[in-house]
Design a protein around this ligand. Structure first.
Ligand SMILES: [Zn+2]
Length: 233
């Protein structure tokens, strides 16, 4: 492909340059990464993780998922590259509503725990709670998220993110509807576009709002199915 600048002007670090390119022009970043795949100064797992993030931002989640699966399954990948690959893979499983999203989040959570990476660990646990809320049982997802809220440092960006999701989950259960929340793209914390310790406030709700909830709470309330439509006051 011709006409592709090597990278935008800006930071000297090539990885930092491509981060900027993805955020500014993901389509251009995809073209650049594909055109220079053989000469990029990092392992293939990084390239495929970056391609996954760029494709998702560019509105192509299926292609993004393919790159994320490839990045996370490359043999011999060092932990420093496997962690962001798994973060992006877990995120894309949630974004695209895969039935086994909770299992993939568990894999990411275990890797972050083994790596002693507390910032990624709490993000992985939170994403797992979202997947459980959607695919398994709302109350279990909420209980897991409540535990994370209690443990999160006061005033932290993580706590803000967790509380947004906590409120969205509670509202969803109260109304028996699917979770409301922004469905627009927000970078997954712990990938290459957002530090794990600095998640955006709407990250979790952006994933929560994309798919149905599995409301088991309706069965555990006193007579929601048989209650009269007009409750006398
Ligand atoms: Zn519920």
């Amino acid at each position: 492909m011709t006409g592709l600048p090597p990278a935008p002007r800006g930071p000297a670090d090539p990885l930092e340059q491509i981060r900027h390119t993805i955020l500014a022009d993901p389509q251009h970043a995809v073209a650049y990464l594909n055109a220079h795949a053989g000469t990029l100064p990092w392992p293939a797992a990084v390239t495929h993780t970056l391609l996954a993030e760029a494709h998702l931002l560019d509105g192509n989640p299926e292609r993004a998922l393919g790159h994320a699966v490839h990045a996370a399954s490359l043999p011999g990948t060092a932990l420093a590259q496997a962690l962001p690959a798994c973060a992006v893979l877990a995120d894309l499983n949630c974004w695209t509503g895969q039935d086994d999203a909770a299992e993939v989040c568990s894999m990411y959570r275990d890797l972050a725990g083994d790596a002693d990476d507390p910032a990624r660990l709490v993000c992985a646990q939170a994403l797992h709670a979202v997947a459980v809320f959607q695919h398994q049982a709302c109350l279990r997802g909420r209980a897991a998220l409540d535990d994370l809220v209690r443990a999160a440092p006061a005033g932290s960006a993580v706590l803000v993110m967790l509380r947004h999701a906590q409120t969205a989950m509670a509202d969803s259960c109260r109304t028996g509807t699917d979770p409301a929340g922004p469905s627009a793209w927000t970078p997954v914390p712990g990938g290459y576009l957002c530090p794990a310790g600095q998640p955006q406030p709407d990250y979790l709700t952006s994933r929560l709002g994309r798919h149905h909830a599995t409301h088991i709470c309706r069965d555990e309330r006193p007579g929601p199915h048989t209650a009269p439509r007009e409750v006398p006051r």
